[in-house]
Design a protein. Sequence first.
Lengths: 361, 164
Amino acid sequence: MESSQPGNTTITGILDTRVSRLLAFGGILLIASGMLLGDIFAIFILHPNNARIGAAMYGAAMAIPAVDTDAIMAHFHAIGGFLENRGTKVDAHSHSVSLGYLAVLLAILQPYVALSNGTKLRLAWAYVLSAALLPFAIFAIHYVGLAYSPLDFIGWASIVADTVALIVAVTVSAQLLGLWRYWRQGQEAVAGPACLQSMTRSGRILLSGGSLLLLAGFIYGGAYAGYIEWLRSPSEVDILKGIITHAAQQQSVEADFAAYGAYQAAQGINVAAHAHVNSMGILLMLLALVQPFVFLSESWKKRWAVIMVVGSAVLPLSILLELRLGLIAGGMADIAGAAVICALVAMLFGLVRQTGATDSA
Amino acid sequence: MNRENRILILTGLAMIALTMFFGFWYAVFDEHQTLVGMTVAMMNGFLEAARGNLPEAYGAIDEYGRIAKEYRREVHFHGHWGFLGLILILYGLVAHTIHFGQRARVLLATCLAASAILFPFGVLLQIGPMDWLGKILAVLGSIGLVFGMLAFVTGILRRREVSG
């Protein structure tokens, strides 16, 4: 088993080339910043925004018995804005994290990409810059709107987001082509990253924890989808019909709105829990692969690995418990998210130290 | 890298590339219209109810439900192909170290790759007239993924060290 104890610089690392280094650091920064955005979004935007959507819906329902169509249209105009606000934040968060994961994976795969070094470096820069710009552009969609846009339905932020998304897709396709060429041409086997040959104790903790989380997340998602599709789960359409029927008949809509709020909360929480279990599972497995290049003592790497696994399991579990425990579970989720970010930053610090050691050697 | 590594890594990266192009197409040509359609359909339901036309109001809410279902299926397809692609690449990077023989590892990789393609594709098919086929593919893909992931986890927990 190779060691990454300080002083050892003999390992074959994913950080040995400029291309891999660029992708690995860019990826980890994307993951960390995406998580930070998610944490800030959850605390400061998600809950107030949901309350605003509920209030606007209630206002629209109250305008039905008054036959105030202008008020209904005004409320739905506001709802469109609130939904865009929420949707773009969620998209910015999820795209930043996912593209970060992919960047780290591409860093590990670089020895098997049969392209010239110059091409690989250009592709890496194109990927990292585009992947970094994409979440910013998505985030800006709600604020930029249609200002100075040459098109009637999408604004400049959307145009930038779509353009960089296309660049990302093209660079990934080029990497796929490089991998295909490598294996098709039967090139001589390269040594490859050390992480693919053996694994440290911290790596094993992360790999086992990650694969178990992925399995749990997938089974949970499948069970929830089955409940929605085939069992008697509450239907959004039926609840909405209840709201407009009771409002038109000038009856109370309080029970309908309670049911609508419960439906929205249950759906949001279940989907978020499923997505976060899987996202954390992927992160743990990724970090398992980069452990040999984290330039920290093995005992510290083990501690950070345990914190990562515990935080990654508690985060989605807390999200799931929000329906029963409310803010307590929300607080637990935020603390777990913060612990995961701390461990991630610590590992990034170890990676930076590894790079410095490799360079000086 | 062995055959099982290649199957998983190439399938995973191909799925990611394809879902990125799908996401680009969807964002440019379909998403905005779908989201506006959802809001307008729900608003029409409220407006018709205010005018006392409850059958038309129910029709508009049903239309909202149809568009919302379509939207969820499309986003689900995009997201799940991307995420399952990442998982396949990760599995591909460690597939040669799991505690099974070479033939079993190739079989497991093939099962995981096929299921990862089929499951989100089945979800997307549920939008159109091939709804029934979509459901069958989604269920088959899910079963394949659960069994594949279970086998992979077992193999990882009993994993061996590989040299060279």
